[in-house]
Write a protein that binds this ligand. Structure first.
Ligand SMILES: NC(=O)c1ccc[n+]([C@@H]2O[C@H](COP(=O)([O-])OP(=O)(O)OC[C@H]3O[C@@H](n4cnc5c(N)ncnc54)[C@H](OP(=O)(O)O)[C@@H]3O)[C@@H](O)[C@H]2O)c1
Length: 349
């Protein structure tokens, strides 16, 4: 490809916006032609994202009005839900392809959106055409799409933990627990993100029915009554560890689960299998994927062969947001799926 794909990022001052800027700064086929902000228009990108000062030495944020005038081929929306859907509609009608990171286009059913997000969907007419932006599930549909939905970071971790046994129809019930870092809450200061209050506490948010469960149910075709999902804020900035306690429909051996995992993940460029045994592996820990688009997924089977722990670890800002968004955009534009995303995890971090 001779010319780089011109990209504009809306919500570029936020955490996922910053992560998009960081990854695209070294992307071989994309270049940022606009980083939109309502609050920081006219200010240098490096003032808000100091780690990017050298990558964007002469670039300022632009206003939404300026953003609307730019002729980009690809738009990433790193906005809160509802604001994202409204902007998606405008950008699509301007002929741009849209990858939205918010929750607005994840659920296919407008009623489910109303139920889980407790608000009306601003443009339900687009729900039918949006594609859930997890390439490991929807690679071929993503290729032909003009609107990709973001993925819930906790939902992504749960999907990676459960997909092989869900596809095999083996889940009797699953109790999902995600342990998450503070960046999941975004860059805006809130009571739950204040260091003095959040640090060293273990706060469970949305016990039992976390809203990301709606995506897990939809994407894995699991019955709601067999599921629960809770999220606990732990002492991390980035990262999610998902632990799902599963009762299986039939007795399995470890070799059976290995077989399912291998057939599911063998050709996936970003997924590694990390079960509890043998000892040189261990149950997925986000410390080993931070800063990367990688996923660890693994399991432990109880002696009875009927109870299992299915687990995964991701970096919420990358595989759970900006990384999956860029991976999907790579597929949409027909470039290598892994372009820009082959960075190694940081360790220790
Ligand atoms: N954080 C994560 O781990 C994560 C993971 C997966 C998906 N997501 C989703 O990605 C989206 C962005 O998340 P984030 O964590 O990056 O949030 P964030 O840090 O709060 O950033 C959002 C940005 O959007 C702009 N904004 C806020 N309200 C707006 C409004 N009403 N209209 C237009 N712009 C507005 C703000 O920039 P200005 O004020 O400068 O305009 C803000 O910096 C959210 O929908 C979130 O659910 C986040």
């Amino acid at each position: 490809m001779n010319k780089k794909i011109p990209v504009i990022i809306w919500g570029a001052t936020g955490f996922t916006g910053g992560e998009l800027l960081r990854i695209i700064a070294r992307h071989p086929y994309m270049e940022v032609v606009g980083a939109v902000s309502r609050s920081k228009a006219g200010n240098p990108i490096g003032a808000t994202h100091p780690h990017l000062r050298f990558a964007y030495p002469n670039t300022n944020f632009i206003s939404p009005d300026e953003g609307g005038e730019i002729n980009a081929d690809l738009v990433f929306l790193a906005l809160p839900h509802k604001a994202a859907a409204e902007m998606a509609k405008k950008r699509l009608s301007a002929g741009q392809k849209v990858v939205d990171l918010s929750a607005d286009f994840r659920l296919k059913d407008q009623e489910q959106y109303r139920r889980w997000y407790e608000t009306e969907h601003p443009c339900p007419e687009l729900l039918g055409e949006s594609v859930y932006g997890l390439p490991e599930l929807h690679r071929s549909e993503i290729a032909g799409a003009r609107l990709i939905s973001g993925v819930g970071c906790n939902a992504t971790s749960a999907i990676f933990a459960l997909l092989p046994i869900a596809k095999a129809g083996l889940i009797e019930n699953a109790r999902i627990e995600c342990r998450v870092g503070s960046s999941e809450g975004g860059a805006e200061a809130k009571e739950g993100s204040l260091h003095a209050l959040r640090s060293r506490s273990l706060r469970m948010v949305s016990p039992f029915l976390h809203r990301h469960m709606a995506e897990v149910i939809q994407e894995l075709s699991l019955p709601e009554e067999a599921m629960s999902m809770a999220v606990t804020a732990v002492e991390l900035v980035r990262g999610i560890q998902c632990i799902a306690h599963v009762t299986l429909k039939k007795k399995l051996r470890e070799a059976d689960i290995w077989k399912l995992f291998r057939s599911q993940w063998a050709n996936e460029p970003f997924v590694s299998i990390s079960p509890a045994k043998p000892a040189h592996f261990r149950i997925p820990d986000p410390k080993f994927v931070l800063g990367s688009n990688r996923v660890l997924t693994g399991f432990a089977l109880a002696e009875d062969g009927k109870r299992a722990i299915m687990a995964s670890a991701i970096d919420n800002l990358i595989k759970g947001a900006a990384g999956s968004a860029i991976q999907s955009a790579n597929i949409m534009f027909g470039v290598e799926e892994t372009a820009g995303l082959e960075m190694m995890p940081l360790y220790p971090a």
